[in-house]
Ligand binder design. Sequence first.
Ligand code: ADE
Length: 243
Amino acid sequence: MKITVLTLFKEQFDSFLNTSIIKRIIEKGLVEVKVVDIRDYSLDVHRHVDDTPYGGGAGMLMKVDVLDRAIKDNRSPNSYVLLTSPKAKPFIQEDAYRLSKMDDIVIICGHYEGVDARIDKYIDENISIGDYVLTGGELAAMVVMDSLMRLIDDGINADSLKEESYTNGLLEYPQYTRPYEYDGQEVPFVLTNGNHEEIRKYNLKMSLRDTYLYRKDLLDKKELNDEEKELLKEIINELKQEN
Ligand code: ADE
């Protein structure tokens, strides 16, 4: 896979691309990343990339001609072009899976107060990482890149992907490691008894419990099987008793 990032702040990507798992994925040749300075496509002597909005309003907009030149010079015919923007459907794990299957992605990091709306003609998708506004799209681009690059990593454990949060529409269950007892807190006994079926059921129940407590919206979207429905009933009863 090839990922090309168009940005005004190339240096923001340095430590991201040179650290830990992301660095290893690049060194293995699984993903080729190119970071391009949008200013290189400004035709003006001061390398301006933004201008004031027609009709007035606060702030500056990124210029469509500069971005179009940057995209044309860095895309291939089968590139999928993304623009980071708070004005989009929030990015979720399903999007990471979808994008991780593509061969060639171009990510434009939006900046200033926004981008000339005519950019829509040159991109395939706007992408937001959540319902809040960042100073720029660089962090959003890194979030998107991180989430899809790790899915391409052939070193990643397939079982851990299967069980992680969101993959099956639920949050991941809580996990524990040594010591068995710390500061008066013990690891749930069932996890230490070696009974795989009991452990599976307990972990599923805890996964349902955390999803019920923190992300009820995910439960509303998920079709639960009979076992999950039964466990959820138990959880709701237990929570009622706790309160
Ligand atoms: N740029 C500014 N805010 C953003 C957000 N929430 N997601 C993606 N890009 C952004």
